[in-house]
Write a new protein. Structure first.
Length: 375
């Protein structure tokens, strides 16, 4: 983890995570929302590529009320490492696996009486009480049911089950525009008000993700669900919070090649040297989550200089033109993603060049590059 020696890290291609920046970002978020709004830290997709198990202590120590994931498998991994901490599954868990959720003391998203009864029965058999949050579809059309008298009655029946604690109710904004956001907010709040008038009560009402919690204070309610924001990804449109990118990605040159003018590099010789060149082989590729369509657009920083990637990106390796970098040597560090202070490509820049979003860029980094945690 944070104290691994170089000879214990089995690869030159590593993801570096600055836990100090994570804590800084969490403090900014908590100061922004104030003490009456809880922070559910979203660590799905292996903590957006940072390593969920590795970053969890920093988030728990910074006051996260929950660690939230998308799937049961993600939740179980965290539960095995952190037996007592509140965990939340944002996504769907198949009915056959709901007893596992109960067994592991995980809070589950549900949206039907059928799900609720399965969990209630599992609780009765094990002597447990399970926490659930009800999902309401206000237009995203992903999970949950649209507000209706029938759904209201179903939720009230769920709330009456003996072994379930219906702790929360939530929805998700489509973030189309202000008008659509407000429609969703009104639909959700009117439905919650109706449920409360029918005798239901909820500790947490929540709808704001990383973007909404910054841009729309009204939508923060009792809880927010920041993910990318914690990791320093600025996706908001109106507000501003000076979060800092907590992740960097680097490798080292494995070999240097003297390539003559006109010679090709990599598959199909899609790039040919315009002059006598020095080409560095770097031990990372698209299987490490680097967007394959950054061929001839991406670059790394070596000795403070940009080295453009050339030729078709391979699964495990790629090549960079280091012809104009004085003193370049095998073993030199190459910064793949950084915070930009050294000229490195930021996650935001990579996402624009790849034609995708920032979450996609960092979440696609798989587990095989070792994570190194520092402060």
């Amino acid at each position: 983890m944070t104290d691994k020696k170089d000879d214990q890290i089995l690869r030159d291609t590593i993801v570096k995570v600055d836990l100090g920046k994570l804590k800084h970002n969490m403090k900014l978020i908590e100061d922004m929302v104030g003490p009456t709004t809880a922070v559910m830290a979203v660590v799905k997709a292996n903590g957006y590529g940072l390593g969920a198990v590795g970053i969890a202590p920093a988030l728990m120590g910074s006051g996260a009320s929950y660690l939230a994931v998308a799937t049961l498998s993600e939740a179980v991994e965290l539960r095995q490492n952190y037996p007592g901490y509140p965990l939340f599954i944002l996504g769907h868990t198949p009915d056959r696996l709901l007893p596992v959720v109960v067994e592991q003391n995980i809070t589950q998203t549900i949206f039907s009486m059928e799900q609720a009864k399965i969990m209630d029965d599992a609780c009765a058999k094990s002597g447990k009480t399970a926490k659930v949050h009800i999902k309401v579809d206000t237009g995203f059309h992903r999970l949950g049911k649209m507000p209706s008298p029938e759904y209201a009655e179903e939720i009230c029946q769920i709330c009456a089950l003996e072994h379930l604690d219906v702790e929360g109710i939530f929805t998700h904004l489509a973030l189309v525009n202000d008008e659509e956001d407000e429609k969703q907010y009104d639909l959700f709040m009117n439905f919650v008000e109706k449920l409360e008038s029918m005798g239901c009560s909820f500790k947490y009402k929540h709808m704001a993700d990383s973007i909404a919690c910054v841009d729309f204070p009204k939508y923060r309610l009792d809880m927010i669900r920041p993910g990318a924001l914690i990791y320093g990804m600025r996706g908001f449109h109106k507000g501003f919070l000076p979060v800092e990118q907590a992740i960097s990605f680097s490798t080292r040159i494995s070999q240097l090649h003297q390539v003559k003018a006109g010679e090709g590099v990599s598959y199909d010789y899609m790039w040919k040297a315009p002059k006598d060149s020095v080409i560095a082989t770097l031990p990372f590729g698209y299987a490490d989550g680097y967007p394959r369509n950054l061929r001839d657009k991406g670059y790394v920083i070596i000795r403070g200089e940009k080295a453009p990637l050339v030729g078709v990106l391979c699964m495990d390796q790629c090549m960079a033109d280091v012809t104009d970098i004085p003193g370049v040597s095998e073993g030199d560090e190459a910064v793949i993603y950084g915070d930009g202070s050294d000229g490195s490509m930021t996650i935001e820049e990579a996402s624009k060049l790849a034609g995708t979003n920032k979450n996609d860029v960092i979440a696609r980094i798989p587990a095989r590059p070792p994570r190194v945690y520092t402060e």
